[in-house]
Design a protein around this ligand. Structure first.
Ligand code: ZN
Length: 188
């Protein structure tokens, strides 16, 4: 297993619609194992293929909810059904989201409260999860990655200007940049 470099916003893989996974082989299992290791090292609660430069429709997630239940799995070729997205101002505390491809930043946006995920795992076993709250948010965030959408693409205009400034200042927003979990100090 290996920790993989995580692509930073501006990289082509993050802004491209990913292709379905068609081959379920040892290579796919290695990729999934590496993605779990990379997500743990980051650390993060979700990681999508495009974030490690693999433009395929898969993501991994690892999140413990308020009741202590661990939600951990691999979603390949997922589909997502959502409840309506709330309208109005998002809450800076409750609705703030981050992304390993825009490291160190958090901005608020509304997401659907409920999501139903159907997918297969790395053994092609189908599964379905009905998620609420933060888990539903994780699924929406990771699913977006497979369509080449980052959460900052969905921000209200006030935040949109702010993140654009951050991206410019950090020299992101251009292809070919990545960071290495466990090695790079992102707060620097
Ligand atoms: Zn992300």
């Amino acid at each position: 297993m290996a920790v993989l470099p995580i692509r930073i916003t501006g990289d082509d893989a993050l802004h491209t619609v990913a292709e379905p996974v068609e081959t379920f082989d040892a290579e796919l299992k290695t990729l999934v194992a590496d993605m779990f290791e990379t997500m743990a090292a980051a650390p993060g609660v979700g990681l999508a293929g495009p974030q490690v430069g693999v433009s395929k429709r898969l993501f991994v997630y690892n999140w413990t909810d308020e009741t202590g239940t661990l939600w951990r799995g691999t979603a390949i070729n997922p589909e997502l059904w959502l409840s309506p997205t709330p309208v109005g101002e998002p809450d800076e505390d409750d609705d703030s989201e981050g992304c390993l491809s825009i490291p160190g930043e958090r901005y608020p946006l509304h997401r659907a409260q409920r999501a139903r995920l159907t997918a297969v795992d790395e053994n092609q076993k189908p599964f379905e999860i009905t998620a609420d709250g933060w888990l539903a948010r994780i699924f929406q965030h990771e699913y977006d990655h497979l369509d080449g959408i980052l959460y900052v693409d969905r921000l209200d205009s006030a935040y949109d200007k702010s993140i654009a400034k951050v991206i410019r200042k950090k020299g992101w927003g251009v292809p070919g940049q990545s960071w290495m979990p466990g090695e790079d100090d992102l707060e620097a």
